[in-house]
Design a protein around this ligand. Structure first.
Ligand SMILES: Nc1ncnc2c1ncn2[C@@H]1O[C@H](COP(=O)(O)OP(=O)(O)O)[C@@H](O)[C@H]1O
Ligand SMILES: [Mg+2]
Length: 372
């Protein structure tokens, strides 16, 4: 018998989300070409309800790590706990149940080309033996959630990359998972489409309260979507923390290397003066405030301007425009080196005027360039 109780959930309602705990997880692949230590003593926790990013170069071990969460990969040592549940202790049936708590999306969408959008989304439910009427209502509400109600009966070949990934997301949500794993989910998309998919993921995270684990090799994706980030290199986590902290003062060489790519959308003359690491005590810390009008309420621009009146903080670049009645844009602020230690950026940006805004570190503005 199929348990239908988990289908009563209504899209848009909040539900429990799950935290993920890695306890000294190691994993070695053995092959004829030699052994690979893909994971080495991974030990950290992802909090329930957060958007957690894992970044690193190709081959760093990201996919292996994320696959231990739903036990597509069984770690050679250590444990992975989903809330209190150790998946490795579960039998086949219980494991199948537990896997429903975890949705996953991929870089290449993995859609069936001979099935319509609605059929693709409903497939896991059909396999589970759910009655057609229930599948239809579930699929319809998911189509609405991902903004594809008008593509219901279309085949994947007719969809753009972004639309295909929306189908992938809807399909990943059919069992109302507590966790959504995204393995390079935006890597095949152009920057604009990437941003729209990240916005959808943020929206889903906020509305459904589910935990999102986002794997990428692109810093932009982390900056745009994540609360915290872990940087992986050669099977290890070399740096972990809040995104603004990790980007603001990167400790690991791997992080610095990844950061070199993050400022490409600033004016070129300005961009050339930016480094990912502090070179002189006088270098100013560059903060970017993203005003996305998403927080439910419009940003409090008066309060933002108030924050700018902090001694010596300068607005160096900024665009705010009204889009559909909401303020959108970004501000780039320079916080002089002399102020960085006395200014608690975390507390400062927690002030009411900042609520709903995203603040990220761009790097450091070369001291010589600041008054040019
Ligand atoms: N099935 C496998 N057999 C042997 N080696 C593998 C296998 N899967 C991954 N690897 C190796 O493990 C390391 C980590 O791979 P992966 O987790 O896919 O990294 P990432 O997702 O960060 O690119 C790489 O060196 C990769 O070549
Ligand atoms: Mg990978």
């Amino acid at each position: 018998m199929t348990d239908l109780s988990d289908l009563t959930y209504v899209v848009g309602a909040r539900r429990d989300s799950a935290g993920i705990r890695f306890e000294h997880v190691s994993h070695r692949y053995r092959s004829a070409q030699g052994d690979v230590d893909a994971l080495i003593d991974i030990d950290f926790e992802i909090a329930a309800g957060e958007i957690f990013g894992i970044i690193g170069r190709s081959g760093a071990g990201k996919s292996t790590l994320v696959r231990t969460i739903n036990r597509l990969e069984k770690p050679g040592a250590g444990r992975v706990l989903l809330n209190a549940t150790d998946l490795s202790q579960l039998g086949e049936r219980a494991l199948a149940q537990a896997r429903r708590r975890i949705g996953m999306i991929f870089q290449h969408f993995n859609l069936l080309s001979s099935s319509t959008v609605a059929e693709n989304i409903g497939l896991p439910l059909r396999i589970a033996g759910i009655p057609a009427a229930q599948i239809k209502s579930k699929v319809d509400s998911l189509l609405e959630l991902v903004g594809l109600s008008d593509k219901r009966d279309v085949y994947p070949a007719r969809l753009s990359g972004g639309q295909k990934q929306r189908v992938g997301i809807a399909r990943a949500l059919v069992h109302d998972p507590e966790v959504l794993l995204c393995d390079e989910a935006t890597s095949a998309l152009d920057p604009e489409t990437t941003e729209s998919i990240l916005q959808l993921l943020r929206d889903i995270n906020r509305r459904l309260g589910l935990t999102v684990v986002l794997i990428t090799h692109e810093m932009e994706v982390i900056r745009s979507a994540c609360d915290r980030v872990a940087v992986m290199e050669r099977g290890r986590i070399v740096e972990i923390g809040e995104v603004w902290r990790v980007f603001g003062s990167p400790q690991a060489d791997a992080t610095r290397a990844l950061l070199q790519t993050v400022t490409h959308d600033l004016p070129p003359a300005f961009r050339e003066q930016i480094g990912s690491a502090r070179r002189s005590p006088k270098d100013a810390l560059l903060l970017e405030v993203l005003v996305d009008g998403q927080g439910g309420s419009d940003p409090d621009l008066v309060a933002l301007v108030g924050a700018l009146s902090e001694p010596e903080i300068r607005l160096v670049h900024g665009v705010i425009e009204q889009v559909q009645g909401r303020a959108q844009g970004r501000l780039v602020l320079a916080v002089p080196g002399s102020r960085e230690t006395t200014l608690n950026v975390g507390a400062w940006t927690a002030l009411p005027g900042w609520r709903g805004q995203r603040v990220r570190h761009l790097g450091y503005l070369n001291a010589g360039a600041q008054h040019a």
